[in-house]
Write a protein that binds this ligand. Sequence first.
Ligand code: AMP
Length: 215
Amino acid sequence: MKLILIGPPGAGKGTQAERLIQALGIPQLSTGDMLRAAVTAGTPVGKAADAVMKAGKLVSDDIVNAVVDERLAAPDCAKGFILDGYPRTLVQADALKAAMAARGESLDLVIEITVDDAVLVDRVSGRYSCGSCGAVYHDTTHRPKVDGTCDRCGSSTFKRRADDNAETMRSRLMTYYRETSPLIGYYHALGLLRRVDGMGTMDEVSAAISKALGR
Ligand code: AMP
Protein backbone atom coordinates (compact mmCIF):
# COMPACT_ATOMS: atom_id res chain seq x y z
CA MET A 1 0.00 0.00 0.00
CA LYS A 2 1.48 3.33 -1.08
CA LEU A 3 -0.35 6.03 0.72
CA ILE A 4 -0.29 9.80 1.30
CA LEU A 5 -1.85 11.45 4.35
CA ILE A 6 -2.62 15.07 3.56
CA GLY A 7 -4.04 17.76 5.83
CA PRO A 8 -3.13 20.94 7.70
CA PRO A 9 -0.73 20.95 10.65
CA GLY A 10 -2.49 19.44 13.66
CA ALA A 11 -4.96 17.40 11.57
CA GLY A 12 -3.64 14.19 13.13
CA LYS A 13 -1.54 12.88 10.24
CA GLY A 14 1.33 11.76 12.49
CA THR A 15 -0.96 10.09 15.02
CA GLN A 16 -2.91 8.25 12.35
CA ALA A 17 0.25 7.30 10.44
CA GLU A 18 1.62 5.73 13.61
CA ARG A 19 -1.52 3.59 13.91
CA LEU A 20 -1.30 2.60 10.25
CA ILE A 21 2.30 1.46 10.68
CA GLN A 22 1.00 -1.21 13.06
CA ALA A 23 -2.04 -2.09 10.95
CA LEU A 24 -0.35 -2.24 7.54
CA GLY A 25 3.24 -3.17 8.47
CA ILE A 26 4.74 -0.40 6.32
CA PRO A 27 6.89 2.57 7.38
CA GLN A 28 5.79 6.16 7.96
CA LEU A 29 7.83 8.70 6.01
CA SER A 30 7.45 12.06 7.73
CA THR A 31 9.45 14.79 6.01
CA GLY A 32 8.97 16.98 9.12
CA ASP A 33 10.62 14.29 11.28
CA MET A 34 13.42 13.80 8.73
CA LEU A 35 14.11 17.54 8.59
CA ARG A 36 14.01 17.93 12.40
CA ALA A 37 16.52 15.06 12.66
CA ALA A 38 18.75 16.83 10.11
CA VAL A 39 18.51 20.09 12.11
CA THR A 40 19.47 18.27 15.33
CA ALA A 41 22.37 16.52 13.59
CA GLY A 42 23.54 19.82 12.07
CA THR A 43 23.82 18.39 8.54
CA PRO A 44 23.88 20.73 5.49
CA VAL A 45 20.17 19.94 4.92
CA GLY A 46 19.46 20.76 8.57
CA LYS A 47 21.36 24.04 8.36
CA ALA A 48 19.38 25.06 5.28
CA ALA A 49 16.05 24.03 6.84
CA ASP A 50 16.31 25.36 10.41
CA ALA A 51 15.28 29.03 10.03
CA VAL A 52 12.68 28.23 7.36
CA MET A 53 10.98 25.71 9.65
CA LYS A 54 10.99 28.09 12.62
CA ALA A 55 9.22 30.67 10.42
CA GLY A 56 6.53 28.14 9.43
CA LYS A 57 7.56 28.35 5.76
CA LEU A 58 8.38 25.50 3.38
CA VAL A 59 11.86 24.10 2.89
CA SER A 60 12.85 24.20 -0.80
CA ASP A 61 11.36 21.58 -3.09
CA ASP A 62 14.83 20.49 -4.28
CA ILE A 63 16.00 19.67 -0.75
CA VAL A 64 12.85 17.84 0.29
CA ASN A 65 12.51 15.92 -2.97
CA ALA A 66 16.11 14.67 -2.66
CA VAL A 67 15.54 13.57 0.96
CA VAL A 68 12.38 11.65 0.01
CA ASP A 69 13.84 10.12 -3.13
CA GLU A 70 16.72 8.68 -1.10
CA ARG A 71 14.35 7.36 1.59
CA LEU A 72 12.02 5.71 -0.96
CA ALA A 73 14.96 3.68 -2.27
CA ALA A 74 15.42 1.97 1.13
CA PRO A 75 14.42 -1.72 1.24
CA ASP A 76 11.73 -1.21 3.90
CA CYS A 77 9.73 0.91 1.43
CA ALA A 78 9.48 -1.88 -1.14
CA LYS A 79 6.13 -3.17 0.22
CA GLY A 80 4.68 0.30 0.67
CA PHE A 81 4.83 3.44 2.78
CA ILE A 82 2.76 6.16 4.39
CA LEU A 83 3.86 9.64 3.37
CA ASP A 84 3.09 12.18 6.10
CA GLY A 85 3.74 15.84 5.25
CA TYR A 86 4.91 15.17 1.70
CA PRO A 87 4.18 16.22 -0.99
CA ARG A 88 3.34 19.77 0.09
CA THR A 89 3.53 21.54 -3.28
CA LEU A 90 2.55 20.69 -6.84
CA VAL A 91 6.26 20.59 -7.74
CA GLN A 92 6.77 17.95 -5.02
CA ALA A 93 3.73 15.97 -6.23
CA ASP A 94 5.19 15.86 -9.75
CA ALA A 95 8.61 14.88 -8.38
CA LEU A 96 7.05 12.06 -6.35
CA LYS A 97 5.16 10.81 -9.38
CA ALA A 98 8.38 10.78 -11.43
CA ALA A 99 10.43 9.12 -8.66
CA MET A 100 7.82 6.38 -8.27
CA ALA A 101 7.38 5.91 -12.02
CA ALA A 102 11.15 5.44 -12.34
CA ARG A 103 10.75 2.44 -9.98
CA GLY A 104 7.65 1.16 -11.79
CA GLU A 105 5.46 2.20 -8.84
CA SER A 106 2.35 4.32 -8.42
CA LEU A 107 0.28 5.66 -5.54
CA ASP A 108 -2.68 3.67 -4.24
CA LEU A 109 -4.53 6.32 -2.27
CA VAL A 110 -4.41 9.86 -0.86
CA ILE A 111 -6.31 10.45 2.37
CA GLU A 112 -7.22 14.03 3.22
CA ILE A 113 -7.91 14.66 6.93
CA THR A 114 -10.08 17.76 7.47
CA VAL A 115 -10.24 19.76 10.74
CA ASP A 116 -11.60 23.26 11.55
CA ASP A 117 -8.91 25.98 11.75
CA ALA A 118 -9.74 27.08 15.34
CA VAL A 119 -9.33 23.49 16.53
CA LEU A 120 -6.01 23.16 14.67
CA VAL A 121 -4.48 26.20 16.38
CA ASP A 122 -5.57 24.91 19.80
CA ARG A 123 -4.31 21.38 19.11
CA VAL A 124 -0.90 22.51 17.89
CA SER A 125 -0.21 25.22 20.45
CA GLY A 126 -0.88 22.79 23.32
CA ARG A 127 1.03 19.87 21.80
CA TYR A 128 4.16 18.30 23.33
CA SER A 129 5.72 14.85 23.24
CA CYS A 130 7.80 12.43 25.23
CA GLY A 131 11.50 13.12 24.63
CA SER A 132 12.24 9.43 24.80
CA CYS A 133 9.53 7.49 22.89
CA GLY A 134 7.75 10.34 21.04
CA ALA A 135 4.26 9.71 22.51
CA VAL A 136 2.20 12.85 21.89
CA TYR A 137 0.33 14.78 24.63
CA HIS A 138 -1.67 18.02 24.93
CA ASP A 139 -1.72 20.62 27.75
CA THR A 140 -5.48 20.36 28.27
CA THR A 141 -6.99 17.52 26.25
CA HIS A 142 -4.47 14.70 26.70
CA ARG A 143 -2.18 14.90 29.72
CA PRO A 144 -0.18 11.89 30.97
CA LYS A 145 -2.09 9.85 33.60
CA VAL A 146 0.63 10.66 36.13
CA ASP A 147 1.75 14.28 35.73
CA GLY A 148 5.30 14.48 34.33
CA THR A 149 5.57 10.75 33.50
CA CYS A 150 5.07 9.35 30.00
CA ASP A 151 2.20 6.79 29.93
CA ARG A 152 3.97 4.70 27.32
CA CYS A 153 7.61 4.49 28.46
CA GLY A 154 7.75 6.11 31.93
CA SER A 155 10.24 8.80 30.87
CA SER A 156 10.04 12.18 32.62
CA THR A 157 11.57 14.18 29.74
CA PHE A 158 9.20 16.01 27.43
CA LYS A 159 9.78 18.31 24.46
CA ARG A 160 7.85 20.88 22.48
CA ARG A 161 8.47 21.60 18.79
CA ALA A 162 9.96 25.05 18.11
CA ASP A 163 7.21 25.71 15.53
CA ASP A 164 4.27 24.56 17.71
CA ASN A 165 3.11 27.97 18.91
CA ALA A 166 0.10 30.08 17.94
CA GLU A 167 2.12 32.66 15.95
CA THR A 168 4.09 30.20 13.79
CA MET A 169 0.96 28.09 13.45
CA ARG A 170 -0.83 30.95 11.67
CA SER A 171 2.02 31.11 9.16
CA ARG A 172 1.98 27.30 8.74
CA LEU A 173 -1.77 27.35 8.10
CA MET A 174 -1.44 30.09 5.48
CA THR A 175 1.35 28.12 3.84
CA TYR A 176 -0.88 25.05 3.85
CA TYR A 177 -3.80 26.78 2.15
CA ARG A 178 -1.58 28.57 -0.38
CA GLU A 179 0.92 25.84 -1.32
CA THR A 180 -0.54 22.47 -0.28
CA SER A 181 -4.33 22.66 -0.66
CA PRO A 182 -4.08 22.71 -4.50
CA LEU A 183 -2.93 19.08 -4.17
CA ILE A 184 -6.46 18.13 -3.08
CA GLY A 185 -7.73 18.96 -6.58
CA TYR A 186 -4.66 17.38 -8.17
CA TYR A 187 -5.25 13.99 -6.50
CA HIS A 188 -9.03 14.23 -6.83
CA ALA A 189 -8.59 14.58 -10.59
CA LEU A 190 -6.48 11.42 -10.56
CA GLY A 191 -9.26 9.55 -8.72
CA LEU A 192 -6.98 8.88 -5.75
CA LEU A 193 -8.47 11.18 -3.09
CA ARG A 194 -10.58 10.06 -0.10
CA ARG A 195 -11.72 12.66 2.45
CA VAL A 196 -11.95 11.80 6.15
CA ASP A 197 -13.44 13.95 8.97
CA GLY A 198 -10.61 14.58 11.42
CA MET A 199 -12.75 16.30 14.09
CA GLY A 200 -13.67 13.08 15.95
CA THR A 201 -11.70 11.08 18.50
CA MET A 202 -8.49 9.33 17.41
CA ASP A 203 -10.41 6.03 17.27
CA GLU A 204 -13.20 7.53 15.16
CA VAL A 205 -10.69 8.99 12.70
CA SER A 206 -8.81 5.66 12.56
CA ALA A 207 -12.08 3.86 11.81
CA ALA A 208 -12.89 6.33 9.02
CA ILE A 209 -9.43 5.84 7.52
CA SER A 210 -9.75 2.04 7.68
CA LYS A 211 -13.07 2.37 5.83
CA ALA A 212 -11.46 4.59 3.18
CA LEU A 213 -8.76 1.94 2.77
CA GLY A 214 -11.47 -0.69 2.29
CA ARG A 215 -10.41 -2.57 5.42
P1 AMP B 1 5.55 18.88 9.85
O1 AMP B 1 6.25 18.08 10.90
O2 AMP B 1 5.02 18.05 8.73
O3 AMP B 1 4.49 19.80 10.43
O4 AMP B 1 6.65 19.82 9.19
C1 AMP B 1 7.34 20.80 9.96
C2 AMP B 1 8.04 21.79 9.04
O5 AMP B 1 9.01 21.10 8.25
C3 AMP B 1 7.15 22.49 8.03
O6 AMP B 1 6.47 23.62 8.58
C4 AMP B 1 8.15 22.87 6.96
O7 AMP B 1 8.94 23.98 7.35
C5 AMP B 1 9.07 21.65 6.93
N1 AMP B 1 8.57 20.62 5.98
C6 AMP B 1 8.10 19.38 6.29
N2 AMP B 1 7.74 18.71 5.19
C7 AMP B 1 7.98 19.56 4.15
C8 AMP B 1 7.79 19.46 2.75
N3 AMP B 1 7.26 18.36 2.19
N4 AMP B 1 8.16 20.52 2.00
C9 AMP B 1 8.70 21.62 2.53
N5 AMP B 1 8.88 21.80 3.85
C10 AMP B 1 8.53 20.77 4.66
